[in-house]
Ligand binder design. Structure first.
Ligand code: ADP
Length: 387
């Protein structure tokens, strides 16, 4: 079935002319592997990096014809640039591998202010970690809920391609519906605890191989960012994939970020990773809003006592050394794990508890940093007063 669809898709695509109106995009070898699963089709078109914006209509045309193929429910088409700006498009299909270096794929790093914003969304904040398993997603969910508790309108975009956790954390599932049934382009986000959520997990089956997910990341990310009816949001929190590889760097470049929050555990090793995370954002000129130390200390479930079993405090010291704000510490507590794993994050399920307070304080600090950065960026030159 999917082979038939794939064939039909390629046939339709071969009716679309190339970027210079010569030949067609299939015979020019610009189409990546076409992925078909369960009525969903995804692929990328290779274009010169510097022409990506100009060629958006080409992307849209490709998406449109593919949607018209019988059996196709949704189509996700990305423009990717495999070569450095200025050179000709790659003659063959782009490598469908996450491990493939993205060097030259994206345009030169842009300053955050230069990327087009998302209408209605005031600030976009990334939550990142140098490696997996440090509690990045748990922090994302609770931070978002804490921001909401602090009076902000909040959305969460789960961009963690390795293991999307937002559907589980917010106990939401299903496929996002189009806002207008006649035009499947703009999707309605799902909602959990009053927070609008969108996850790569809603778009891609869990067992979809990474080899496919890799090249589609940017397409899916762009779609989740710009083709979702987020409405008016004060903050959109993005759960980034763990690590500091090319995929993460490309994502950090693609999203108009107000800043990044780095989650780390106290262990030295994780801190080294956190440092890499910090450097990654610096490389693309995204301000680091600060470091959260997760699983910072241990609260004994029996006696309620606090134990610094992990050499807590490392993140604070490290943050100081690196000149990044220290945002706060979250204890290792079984309640945080249980509530996360049950899809009832602690800030939502125990809003008056000690942990919710910790997250609310961190959330307030994050927003303070965002505002300070903004004011810093727009601060008028000091007035010179002659006395
Ligand atoms: P990551 O996104 O970094 O891979 P997760 O947020 O999925 O990490 O967390 C990994 C595991 O650790 C989950 O089972 C989660 O419930 C648990 N966890 C995260 N933070 C804490 C914490 N502060 N206390 C106890 N368990 C936690």
């Amino acid at each position: 079935m999917s082979e038939t669809i794939k064939k039909a898709v390629l046939e339709r695509l071969s009716t679309i002319k190339g970027p210079d109106l010569e030949g067609d995009i299939v015979s020019l070898g610009l189409i990546s592997d076409v992925f078909v699963s369960d009525g969903r089709v995804a692929f990328s078109i290779t274009v010169p990096a510097e022409r990506a914006r100009e060629l958006e209509p080409l992307r849209q045309a490709a998406e449109k014809v593919v949607r018209e193929v019988p059996g196709v429910e949704t189509a996700m088409v990305a423009l990717t640039a495999e070569r450095a700006a200025g050179s000709a498009p790659a003659p063959s299909a782009p490598k469908a591998s996450m491990g493939a270096p993205a060097k030259g794929r994206a345009t030169a790093p842009e300053k955050p202010g230069q990327k087009p914003g998302v209408p209605g969304v005031k600030h976009i904040i990334a939550v990142a970690s140098g490696k997996g398993g440090v509690g990045k997603s748990t922090t994302t969910a609770n931070l978002a809920l804490a921001m909401q508790a602090n009076g902000l309108k909040v959305g969460v975009l789960d961009a963690d391609i390795y293991g999307p956790s937002v559907p589980r954390l917010f106990k939401v599932s299903g496929r996002p519906e189009p806002v207008d049934p006649a035009n499947s382009r703009i999707l309605k986000p799902l909602e959990g605890y009053g927070v609008k959520v969108m996850s790569i997990g809603f778009m891609v089956e869990e067992d979809t191989p990474m080899i496919w997910r890799g090249p589609m990341v940017i397409s899916a990310l762009t779609q989740m960012l710009r083709e979702v009816a987020w409405g008016e949001l004060d903050v959109l929190v993005v759960d980034m994939p763990p690590g500091t590889g090319d995929a993460q760097l490309t994502m950090a470049q693609q999203v108009p970020l107000a800043g990044a929050v780095i989650v780390s555990t106290p262990q030295d090793l994780a801190l080294i990773d956190a440092r890499k995370g910090l450097n990654m954002f610096k490389r693309v000129d995204v301000p680091v809003l600060g470091i959260v130390e997760n699983m910072s200390y241990f609260i004994c479930p029996d006696c309620g006592g606090r134990h610094d079993i992990f050499g807590h405090g490392g993140a604070r010291a490290e943050a100081e050394k690196l000149g990044a704000p220290f945002l706060g510490e979250v204890p290792l507590d079984i309640r945080i794990r249980e509530t996360s794993d049950a899809g009832t994050p602690i800030v939502a399920s125990e809003p008056d508890g000690v942990h919710a307070k910790v997250y609310r304080e961190i959330a307030a600090k994050v927003m303070d940093e965002v505002r300070q950065n903004e004011e810093g960026g727009q601060r008028a030159a000091p007035k010179i007063v002659f006395e």
